[in-house]
Every structure is written in structure tokens, then in C-alpha cells.
Design a protein around this ligand. Structure first.
Ligand SMILES: [Fe+2]
Ligand SMILES: [Fe+2]
Length: 143
């Protein structure tokens, strides 16, 4: 299969203008691509599960880190953003359980794609809101 059909490439339009968040998002996208590669190449279930676990562990760490920064920046939607992270984490947990419960590789592909959509959707729809907030403030923020 042509890689470009499913691989996500990092590009500047994904940047939130905060280097350490961009680094984590970039890492994230690399994990999403690894998960997809494992699914597309129909790796065994343990390999797909490992890729999924790794991605979710990093997601959990990233969410916590991002929430700390949002609070430090006095981002007015910090609590709402943290609630979105909690919602995503609950959806991930559900998806991983559904994944574990099936041995049908077609279903794994759906579960993997679902996680990818949730993560990328959050980056594009929610994380971009704090980028816009920081831009409106006019000063570049570090940690
Ligand atoms: Fe976020
Ligand atoms: Fe994020």
C-alpha cells in the first residue's frame, strides 16, 4: 500500500507555536504512523497492542504536561481543555478494551483508525484554540 494513503506528515500548519508542545505532537504523530504501519502490514496482535499502548502512554503524559502549561499561561479554557483530555482518555480506554476483545484484524484497523482520528481531531480542533490565544497575546511563550 502507498504510504501516503495513511501516513500523516508533520507540517507547520500543525504547529501551536510552542516548541515543547510541537515536539510532543510530532512524537505523537510518529507513534500514530507506527500504529498504522503495524495495522496496515497486518502485524500480529501483540505488535499492534504494543504500538497502541505506547501511543496512549505518551498521550497521557502529554495531556498532563499540556494542562500544566495552559494553567501557567492563564489560558481561560484550561478546565474545559482538561475535560476534553479526560473524555479522550475514556474513549481510548474503551477502544483499547474493544481491541483486546477481538481477534479480527479488520476490527483492529477500525480501532486504530478511530484512535488516530480522535488524537488528530483534538490537535486540530482543540489545541489550535490555545495557539490562537497565545497569538492574540502577542508574546511567544516558553514553558
Ligand atoms: Fe490538548
Ligand atoms: Fe496537545
Amino acid at each position: 500500500m502507498d504510504k501516503s494513503e495513511w501516513e500523516i506528515a508533520w507540517s507547520n500548519f500543525l504547529s501551536v507555536d510552542v516548541a515543547e508542545m510541537d515536539d510532543e505532537h510530532r512524537q505523537f504523530i510518529a507513534r500514530v504512523n507506527e500504529l498504522n504501519r503495524a495495522i496496515v502490514e497486518i502485524e500480529d496482535k501483540a505488535t499492534v497492542a504494543r504500538a497502541m499502548d505506547l501511543m496512549l502512554m505518551e498521550a497521557a503524559r502529554h495531556f498532563k504536561h499540556e494542562e500544566q502549561l495552559l494553567a501557567r499561561w492563564n489560558y481561560p479554557e484550561t478546565a474545559a481543555h482538561a475535560a476534553k483530555h479526560a473524555e479522550l482518555t475514556a474513549q481510548f480506554d474503551r477502544t483499547v478494551k474493544e481491541f483486546a476483545a477481538t481477534d479480527i484484524s479488520f476490527v483492529w484497523a477500525l480501532k486504530g483508525l478511530h484512535i488516530k482520528q480522535l488524537l488528530v481531531g483534538h490537535l486540530l480542533n482543540e489545541d489550535m484554540k490555545y495557539r490562537d490565544f497565545l497569538r492574540a497575546q502577542g508574546t511567544p511563550r516558553g514553558s
